[in-house]
Design a protein around this ligand. Structure first.
Ligand code: NAD
Length: 420
């Protein structure tokens, strides 16, 4: 069936989230598009919904509910509708603003490098946000994982991910090499592939703006601009400069640069100011290992953020519990960081915690903090009781290994105040 004719029907109950000039208007029964994904997606999504619904129910006693709106994407959409990412699905997320998704398989040769990158581009979800904090009991390769509590804001539309590159020997690469030589007197080896790294003032500022707003709203003490500006001055270096500029020009009374904090306040800035500092990317990897407690919010360019967020996630327990949000000016899609792990599909084996924690982020975005806290606390409680899936059990001495659904049941029981 051609995608133009694919008509999706929203649920009969529920209301739209509205975008107003000063923020989102969240009804008590928002309609939330749901992509269940491929591979292990459906099973982790299904149990995550049970946990999210239970958290909302116990937090608001029926006054609030989510009207889930399943929309197709990924392998199943390809099979049913001949398209991996149907326009009707994108239109639904555009219309209903906030969505939750499971992991999707990107078939090799399906016309997309990555479905997620395509989704981010189509909806201009420019900030990839990943909170990284430790849940007591989680296996960790570092001595003090409890010191890690950072939120990474990674720019998601620019940098070497813009997809502007040409293969060695292609007409385009040869032409670029020629232009560089003839017009810019720059020599590049003839057998080079060529990539372009665009970093704009607009793209950098809107990302840093979002990170600073988050820090102010969540009483975080600092925002660190991560860059490689010592080498790439007009891209990475400019990101740093634009970051400081946005802080000073738009949040001048709520932020203070670390230099000013040292000069004017002897390194002890007023408590109501968010400190803006910067760290060179390679040093940031060391810092996160050695002094993680000095970092609360990181604002990064695309590639640096990709590396950093995986390295940071490894410190607190890895893929099974890492969640993220792709967030634009209003629209947001929340998801686990892991993929669709096809070899485990249908086995009731994998860890649904990351999908649940994506739900926590979504609830926070809706401003439903009570429900978010209930769900996060319940996951903590179950992990602390050492009731875990295989991926964690094999690293936790004395753990009780359970399947996906039993882990979820334990979480739902914990939400209701029983069990675990
Ligand atoms: P993957 O994350 O799917 O799986 C790698 C390994 O991690 C698995 O074999 C498994 O051992 C472990 N794992 C992943 N999720 C787990 C969970 N919830 N519980 C326990 N263990 C878990 O990565 P991959 O194999 O490289 O990718 C498979 C497919 O997923 C590819 O098609 C890829 O494009 C896609 N992918 C999608 C997303 C997304 O939708 N956000 C992200 C990454 C990869």
């Amino acid at each position: 069936m051609p995608s133009e004719r694919l008509v999706l029907r929203p649920p009969k109950r529920g209301h739209k989230i509205l975008i107003a000039a000063d923020g989102l208007r969240i009804p008590d029964d928002p309609i939330v598009p749901l992509i269940e994904g491929d591979g292990i997606g459906p099973e982790v999504v299904q149990v995550a919904l049970q946990a999210i619904d239970a958290a909302v129910e116990t937090a608001f006693h029926g006054r609030r509910t989510i009207a889930w709106y399943p929309v197709p994407a990924g392998e199943k959409a390809m099979f049913q509708y001949g398209e991996l990412l149907p326009e009707a699905t994108l239109a639904a997320i555009r219309e209903y603003v906030v969505a939750l998704k499971g992991p999707m398989t990107t078939p090799v040769g399906g016309g997309f490098r990555s479905l997620n990158v395509a989704l981010r581009k189509a909806l201009d979800l420019y900030a990839n946000v990943r909170p990284v904090y430790w849940i007591p009991g989680m296996p960790s390769p570092v001595t003090h994982p409890e010191r890690v509590d950072v939120v990474i804001f990674r720019e998601g539309t620019e940098d070497v991910y813009a997809g502007i590159e040409w293969e060695k020997g292609s007409a385009e690469a040869m032409r670029m090499i020629e232009i560089l030589e003839k017009e810019f007197q720059t020599r590049v080896r003839a057998d080079s592939g060529i990539g372009v790294k665009p970093i704009s003032e607009t793209g950098s500022k809107r990302l840093v703006r979002k990170a600073i707003r988050y820090a102010i709203e969540n009483r975080r003490k600092s925002v660190t601009l991560v860059h490689k500006g010592n080498i790439m001055k007009y891209t990475e270096g400019a990101f740093r400069a634009w970051g400081y500029e946005v802080a000073q020009q738009e949040f001048g009374d709520r932020t203070i640069s670390w230099d000013d904090a040292l000069r004017k306040y002897d390194g002890k800035p007023p408590a109501d100011r968010v400190v803006i500092k910067d760290v060179i990317a390679d040093n940031m990897f060391q810092q996160l290992l050695l002094r993680p407690e000095e970092y609360e919010v990181l604002a990064t360019t695309n590639l640096n953020g990709d590396y950093l967020s995986d390295a940071a996630a490894a410190q607190i327990g890895g893929l099974g519990v890492a969640a993220g949000g792709n967030i634009g000016d209003a629209h947001a899609v929340f998801e686990p960081v892991h993929g669709s792990a096809p070899k485990y599909a249908g086995l009731n084996k994998v860890n649904p915690a990351a999908e649940m924690l994506a739900g926590v982020m979504m609830l926070e975005y809706l401003g439903w903090k009570e429900a978010a806290t209930r769900l996060r606390d319940a996951v903590r409680k179950v992990v602390a009781a050492k009731i875990v899936t295989y991926d964690l059990a094999r690293q936790m001495p004395g753990a009780k290994e359970v399947g996906t659904s039993a882990f979820a049941e334990a979480v739902v029981d914990a939400i209701h105040g029983a069990g675990a």
